[in-house]
Design a protein around this ligand. Structure first.
Ligand code: G3P
Ligand code: MG
Length: 485
C-alpha cells in the first residue's frame, strides 16, 4: 500500500517540513551484514554446522545492571540513577474522581463511633498515624486481573476494620501501566473489593507526566489498543503519536503488521515524514514487538527525530528514549516461570541499536527501584496522609510490601523503608530464605496479609485487634455492649 501525505489524510499544515529528498528510510535488510552461516541444502536430512559466533548474547555487556545483577554494589554503578536526571511532578496530581475515595468512607454513625474510640486511645492513634504501607500490585495484591484473596483482607484492615476503626495510610506503587490511573483504579477497586483512589496510586509512568514540560511531539508505545494515547494526553503531551498511527499512514513501515477496521478507525494518521518527534516513551509492555522495535529504531537512527531520514552521526542528533520501568520478569497467572516484561523489550532495543550502530544506547528508565519514583511516592504518601488524617507529613515507619527483590525490595531498602518480601510473585524462595542480593529487611512472608499483620503488630502491639467491633462502647473503652450501628 502507498504511504499517505497530509493532503490524503485531511491533516492541517505539518510541523517542521522535511527535505524532499530525504528518503533514506532504514531497512534492517540494508543494515544487516551477511551472517555467513551455511544453510542445509539436502531436504529431509539436516546437517549440523558448527556455530561461528559465541552463543552468549551480545547484549549482555550493556544490559541495564538493575535487571539481572541487583546488588547494591552494581546499583551504585548505574548511570541511570546517578548521572541522568529524571523529572517528576513537583506535587502529585489531584484526582478528578474523589468520589472513588469518598465511597470508601464507612457510615456516619460508624465514623462518629470510631472517632470516639480513637479519642480514648490517643497513644495508639498516634502510632497508627505514624505508619504507612506502599504496596506493589502484581504478585502482591493481584495476579493480572485476579485479586490475591489475602490482599482483600489486608486492605480491609487498613481501611478501618481494626479496633480503632482507623484508616492506616497505604499507597499502591506499581511498575505496571498501560491505561489511565482512573481506569486501573476502577478495575482494582472492583477485584479487591476495596476502594482505590487515584490519589493513592502510582503506575510506572505516572511520574513521567513531568516530561510533558520537556517534549511536545512524542511516540508513545505499549499497552492494549490505543489506551496509552489517552494516558499521554492526560499527562499533557501536546502531540501524541501511537505506532498504529504510523501504520495507518504507511503500512509498509512494519512489513507484517495489519490493522483491524476498528484500529484503522481509531488511528490518527498524517504525513509523518513532515513531523519532528521530540522523544520516544515506552509506557507499557509492547503488544506488537516487531512494529514497536521497527519504529523505535527508525526514530533512533533518524536525523533529529524525522522519520524517513538517516542520521550521519547516530548519537549527535538522536532523540531521547524513556522506558517507564526496568523489570525483566513479572508474575502472572501463568503457572510456570514468571513472564518476561518491559525490561526484556528494552534490552532487545539496546541490543538492536548497538548492533546497528556500534554505539551503546543511552536511555532513561523510570519505575521502581529508581529514586525518582520513590521520591514521587513520598509526595503521594504525604498528600494521602493529609486526605486521611489532615496532616501533610510522612509517617516515620513505612513498609514496602513487594514480590520482586530487584525492584520493590532493593528500592525500598535504598530509600530507608522497611521492606517485606512475599512469596506470591516473582520471588519463590522457600521457608527461611530471603533474596540473596537484596534481602528484605523486615522479613519474608507467605503473602501480603502476613506482612501487614507483622508490621501492625510491631507498631501497634501484638494484641492490636484486626477487627472493628460495631458493638464497642467507647465509654467502657473497648467493651462490647449492644449494637450501636
Ligand atoms: O513488571 C511488570 C509489572 O506488571 C509489575 O508490576 O505491581 O509488580 O510492580 P508490579
Ligand atoms: Mg510485583
Amino acid at each position: 500500500m502507498p504511504r499517505f501525505d497530509d493532503a490524503d489524510l485531511g491533516v492541517d499544515a505539518p510541523q517542521d517540513p522535511r527535505q524532499s529528498d530525504a528518503h533514506g528510510a532504514l531497512s534492517p535488510r540494508d543494515q544487516r551484514a551477511g551472517s555467513g552461516l551455511a544453510i542445509p541444502s539436502e531436504t529431509g536430512n539436516t546437517i549440523e554446522i558448527p556455530a561461528t559466533r559465541s552463543s552468549i548474547s551480545d547484549a549482555a555487556s550493556f544490559m541495564h545492571n538493575l535487571s539481572l545483577a541487583p546488588s547494591m554494589k552494581d546499583r551504585r554503578g548505574s548511570r541511570n540513577s546517578f548521572g541522568t536526571s529524571l523529572p517528576i511532578p513537583r506535587s502529585p496530581r489531584l484526582s478528578r474522581l474523589s468520589s472513588v475515595q469518598k465511597a470508601s468512607r464507612p457510615s456516619v454513625s460508624r465514623d462518629i463511633l470510631a472517632s470516639q474510640v480513637q479519642d480514648m486511645s490517643a497513644e495508639k492513634v498516634a502510632k497508627a498515624k505514624n505508619m504507612a504501607f506502599a504496596f506493589d500490585i502484581d504478585g502482591v495484591l493481584a495476579h493480572g486481573n485476579h485479586a490475591i484473596e489475602e490482599a482483600k483482607v489486608a486492605l480491609k484492615i487498613l481501611n478501618g476494620d481494626n479496633e480503632l476503626g482507623i484508616r492506616i495510610p497505604h499507597i499502591l506503587l506499581t511498575n505496571g501501566g498501560g491505561k489511565t490511573e482512573e481506569a486501573r483504579c476502577a478495575q482494582l477497586s472492583e477485584i479487591l473489593e476495596q476502594p482505590i483512589s487515584t490519589d493513592q496510586f502510582i503506575q510506572s509512568h505516572t511520574p513521567m507526566q513531568a516530561l510533558a514540560e520537556y517534549y511536545e511531539t512524542v511516540l508513545v508505545l505499549g499497552g492494549e489498543g490505543f489506551k496509552i494515547r489517552e494516558v499521554a494526553e492526560n499527562y499533557g503531551f501536546k502531540h501524541v503519536v501511537h505506532p498504529k498511527d504510523l501504520l495507518a499512514w504507511d503500512p509498509s513501515i512494519s512489513p507484517w503488521a495489519t490493522l483491524t477496521d476498528e484500529e484503522r478507525a481509531q488511528a490518527k494518521p498524517r504525513d509523518f515524514s513532515k513531523v519532528k518527534f521530540d522523544a520516544i516513551m515506552v509506557f507499557a509492555d509492547s503488544r506488537d514487538y516487531q512494529t514497536d522495535f521497527q519504529v523505535i529504531m527508525d526514530l533512533l537512527l533518524a536525523e533529529d527525530g524525522k522519520l524517513m531520514t538517516k542520521a550521519k552521526d547516530p548519537v549527535a542528533t538522536r532523540i531521547p528514549i524513556y522506558f517507564s520501568q526496568g523489570d525483566l520478569l513479572m508474575p502472572t497467572e501463568h503457572k510456570g516461570l514468571p513472564r518476561l516484561t518491559q525490561g526484556a523489550f528494552r534490552i532487545s532495543v539496546e541490543a538492536q541499536y548497538k548492533t546497528l550502530t556500534g554505539v551503546d544506547l543511552e536511555r532513561v528508565v523510570y519505575g521502581k527501584p529508581e529514586r525518582a519514583t520513590y521520591t514521587y511516592a513520598d509526595e503521594v504518601m504525604k498528600s494521602w496522609m493529609e486526605e486521611l488524617h489532615g496532616e501533610a507529613r510522612l509517617p516515620e515507619n513505612i513498609y514496602m510490601v513487594g514480590d520482586n527483590p530487584a525492584s520493590d525490595i532493593i528500592g525500598g531498602n535504598m530509600y530507608g523503608w522497611n521492606t517485606c518480601l512475599v512469596r506470591t510473585g516473582v520471588f519463590q524462595g522457600g521457608p527461611g530464605e530471603n533474596a540473596p542480593d537484596s534481602p528484605a529487611n523486615f522479613g519474608v512472608f507467605d503473602n501480603v496479609l502476613e506482612a501487614v499483620k507483622a508490621a501492625v503488630a510491631k507498631e501497634l502491639g501484638a494484641d492490636f485487634q484486626l477487627k472493628w467491633n460495631p458493638k464497642v462502647n467507647p465509654v467502657l473503652h473497648g467493651e462490647a455492649t449492644s449494637a450501636i450501628e
